[in-house]
Write a protein that binds this ligand. Structure first.
Ligand code: HEM
Length: 472
């Protein structure tokens, strides 16, 4: 009896001991489970080995590529582009998850060759304190109060750009818009800049721009190699401009001034290399984007003469009030161009020149029951959201009046969303309003040659840059 009781107690002890450890281990295992164990990868196709689906994406209309995917797999699907496995998110909730609510789980990501060309310290490659600081300085130089002061110079830039088109010769609208948006970019960074500096910056930036989208071969003679050399020259020119500003002890409030005057409580400053990378970064972010949208606006207005007449009427009223253009545009007038503003918004929606953006998952992430593995790229799909008939009925029809009612939250993101959203959106809209004012009040234009078709370079623009003839 004694022995039986001892045995029973030993068994009970062993049972309790083992169950305790088994349960503890199970609990630990459950706690340590990453989403990988629970969730599965989204549906989709990874395409061919190595190239994945890159060719399909870059050789056809992105609308067709994404619409076909979405129809087949839904709003979350996987693919493989530019050498990387990726997850595409085509819903407002998905874009918000990546860019806003869970932005800390995703980092910005760009090919190394592009990072090198622009400059690795440019703000959009970064997260955290450094990014916040640079963003704060840029935002303060682009606040409505600051860009308001740029209006007269911006107007002069617009007028002189248009003078150069008015000979009646055929121009490449996109190329001319690029010159205009570059000059406004220079204004927003430097305020007034000596014309010699402006010209050398423009010449060298043009070479960098040409090499940026070419094959990154460091072989003398290639566009990429020439661009790397031009990028070095840009640093030298910027260094001279900085030196001159320091000598003159100018305390300007423009972006360069903000960068030069910064010193934190530990006495740390922003280095000259960091300044150069951020200046080139802003020029890069400002030029092709604004120029592509302006080119589309010219096409949409040209294609809808009734709309053009209505826009013209809006501006003629301002033009007459300004003694037929003798007086400059006022800030209040630029705030009171409701139809033109809607044309800009609708152009941003229909053209969706930034079809998507890239982030990279820094840990395994679960979204809507799907796994986004660490290291995979994540693409919030602005274009698909802007072309979803649920949010924008008859999405292919250009109809500015749809913006009489504000779009549903997170369905309209031409300038992105969250911590990396575009800090240049106000100046971009202002320069578009100013240029349109001067075009429609003084010029007529006709598009030359075939008028349909899109080219990608890398943003979508009308075929051959929309060749057009402008006259008074
Ligand atoms: C119509 C013209 C423009 C469009 C459609 C546009 C669009 C965008 C978008 C979608 C982003 C976010 C990208 C992302 O989340 O990955 C962005 C970022 C940015 N944009 Fe713009 N942009 C325009 C004009 C400008 C202008 C004129 C400037 C400067 C003067 C500018 C400066 C920047 C900068 C510096 C960033 C990076 C912000 C950061 O990482 O914190 N953009 N832009």
């Amino acid at each position: 009896m004694e022995i039986a009781s001892i045995l029973a107690n030993v068994c009970l002890f062993l049972f309790s001991f083992l169950s305790y450890h088994f349960l503890k281990k199970k609990k630990k295992r459950r706690r340590n489970r990453t989403p990988k164990h629970r969730a599965k990868l989204p549906p989709g196709s990874m395409g061919w080995p190595c190239v994945g689906e890159t060719l399909q994406l870059y050789t056809q209309d992105p609308n067709v590529f994404f619409a076909a995917k979405q129809k087949r797999y839904g709003e979350v699907f996987k693919s493989h582009i530019l050498g990387c496995p990726c997850v595409m998110l085509a819903s407002p909730e998905g874009a918000r998850f990546v860019l806003v609510t869970h932005a800390h789980l995703f980092k910005p990501t760009y090919p190394k060759s592009k990072e090198k060309m622009i400059g690795p310290s440019a703000l959009f490659f970064h997260q955290g304190d450094y990014h916040n600081l640079l963003r704060r300085l840029l935002q303060s130089s682009l606040s409505p109060g600051k860009i308001r002061k740029l209006l007269p110079s911006m107007e002069s830039v617009a007028i002189s750009a248009l003078e150069s088109w008015s000979s009646g010769d055929i121009i490449n609208t996109y190329h001319e818009m690029k010159k205009f948006s570059f000059d406004v970019g220079i204004l927003s960074i430097f305020g007034h800049l000596d014309s010699n500096y402006r010209q050398t910056l423009s010449d060298n930036y043009h070479i960098v721009d040409k090499g940026y989208n070419s094959f990154p071969a460091k072989i003398p003679g290639t566009a990429y190699y020439k661009a790397l050399l031009a990028r070095k020259r840009l640093n030298k020119i910027l260094s001279e401009i900085i030196c001159e500003r320091k000598e003159k002890r100018l305390q300007e409030k423009d972006f360069l001034g903000q960068l030069l005057n910064f010193k934190n409580e530990k006495g740390e400053i922003i280095t000259e290399d960091q300044i150069a990378d951020n200046i080139i970064g802003v020029l890069f972010a400002a030029q092709d984007t604004t120029a592509s949208v302006l080119t589309w606006i010219m096409k949409y207005l040209h294609d809808d003469q009734k709309l053009l007449e209505a826009v013209k009427a809006e501006h003629m009223e301002i033009y007459e009030a300004n003694e037929r253009g003798k007086k400059p545009l006022t800030w209040a007038q630029t705030r009171s161009m409701p139809l033109t503003y809607k044309v800009i918004l609708e152009s941003l929606r229909v053209a969706s020149i930034i079809s998507f953006t890239f982030r990279e998952a820094v840990v395994d992430v679960e979204y809507n029951g799907y796994l986004i593995p660490k290291g995979w790229k994540v693409l919030p799909m602005f274009r698909s959201i802007h072309h979803n008939p649920e949010f924008f009925p008859y999405p292919h029809i250009f109809d500015p009046s749809r913006f009489e009612v504000a779009p549903k939250p997170n369905t309209f993101m031409p300038f992105g969303n969250g911590v990396h959203a575009c800090p240049g959106n106000n100046i971009a809209k202002l320069e578009m309003l100013v240029l349109i004012h001067h075009i429609v009040t003084k010029f007529r234009w006709e598009v030359v040659g075939t008028q349909n078709g899109i080219q990608y370079g890398p943003f979508p623009v009308p075929q051959r840059g929309l060749p057009a003839r402008f006259w008074r």
